[in-house]
Design a protein around this ligand. Sequence first.
Ligand code: PEP
Ligand code: MN
Length: 264
Amino acid sequence: MSVATRTQEIRIGTLVIGGERPVVIAGPGSVVPSYSAGVRALAHLGVDGLRAGVFKGRTHPDSFRGLGARALPLLLEARFYTGLPLISEVLSDAEAELLADHVDAFQVGARNMQNYRLLEALGEMDKPVILKRGLAATVDEWIAAAEYVRRGGNENVILCERGIRTFETRTRNTMDLAGMILARELTGLPVLADPSHATGRRHLVPPLARAALAAGADGVLVEVHERPDDAWSDADQTIGIPECAALIADARRFAGCGPVGVGR
Ligand code: PEP
Ligand code: MN
């Protein structure tokens, strides 16, 4: 496999990933009834895109699995008030069809990275796909999964490093920044870092986000809530509005630095 010399720019509504400046995509772990108030605060801060999870692939079926179709009016409201692109996880092609008119990009969760039928279905749709790295996927397996989407004709795949499972248990996962950079070098696809799922711990999210940006990530995807302890999913790793504001300021400092290891 050859090494890409430049990163593909991918547009999600008003948002460009892989361009001159790293982006911040933020929002709660899942869309809940208070969603539109929370995301209005985030829009005010200057986030570039919104997490909008309504179908959640949870490890245990008793965990909150999202509002599903009941969230559609909340998505409409969020779009109306913020104008920001919405990014939403889908677990099946039927869920993708259901959300197609309400969101701007699909997310494939870590647990579905090798769900080839889903990848193929998204490859035939015309929305960008954020492809999380699987819990224990190698860089090559991650890249191969991206290829399933691209073979269908949808070239707009964004890779997202969200930590991989290692022997370490003090953090939820271990963020593999080297793997993130290599994945971009090998594909030319833009890369995001998700320090929320990589660490599982709120106070580790800002330093890991900064580390990823310094390493040349094209953006970060973070779980943010106006009252983090009240988040319906992943509260322990959810940061608050002031921390998100600081993260946006950090990301802006990396504008124009260009991706590390590509085109240099
Ligand atoms: C998420 O982003 O909400 C999520 C479930 O992430 P992951 O698939 O990386 O665990
Ligand atoms: Mn989550």
